[in-house]
Design a protein around this ligand. Structure first.
Ligand code: ADP
Length: 163
């Protein structure tokens, strides 16, 4: 039974994340998506409940996926769930440098847990939660970049932006 965790801030989930979820769920028996509650690098726009809701609604079609909220180290999330793999996505060289460092640190913390990288599908190479939030803040149509539940959440939270 191969279990993996896919950690992230998911603020909000995009088609880039969904692509990694779909591809990694095909190579493991069980995929646990971990939503990092308190990201130190940025203050999330969406609350943990909102991010959880958007992820749940956007991944209903997958039978071997579950979602957990966590805080702290990814290796602890993996250990707690008996997972031996951490999934991460790589878009550009800029992702590579920090991801390499994080995966090596995790390897030092627990050598039984490996990181598996999925390179982005070309159509999503530019896509990030940050760019989606920027576009949405100007009232731009984001339907090409995020699943429907995210659009619904933006409309609910920022009705003034949606025409
Ligand atoms: P974090 O704050 O941990 O980077 P994110 O939610 O921004 O959380 O990203 C979670 C993971 O998804 C990261 O490994 C990131 O590289 C990956 N990811 C995000 N967007 C894309 C994309 N468009 N294509 C491939 N991977 C992506």
């Amino acid at each position: 039974m191969k279990k993996a965790v896919y950690p992230g801030t998911f603020d909000p989930i995009t088609f880039g994340h969904l692509d990694i979820i779909e591809r990694s769920a095909k190579v493991v028996d069980e995929l646990i998506i971990g939503i990092l509650a308190n990201s130190r690098k940025k203050t999330p726009l969406f609350t943990i409940e909102e991010r959880l809701h958007m992820l749940q609604e956007s991944t209903k079609q997958f039978s071997n996926i579950s979602i957990q909220v966590f805080d702290g180290m990814t290796v602890d999330l993996a250990r707690k769930n008996g997972a031996s793999l951490i999934i991460r996505g790589l878009r550009a060289v800029t992702d590579f440098e920090s991801e390499l460092q994080i995966s090596q640190a995790n390897q030092q913390l627990d050598s039984s847990i490996d990181t598996m990288f999925f390179t982005t599908s070309l159509e999503y190479a530019f896509l990030s939660s940050a760019i989606v939030k920027e576009m949405a803040s100007y009232g731009t149509d984001i339907s090409l970049f995020v699943p429907k539940p995210v659009i619904a959440m933006f409309s609910q939270k920022f009705p003034e932006l949606v025409s």
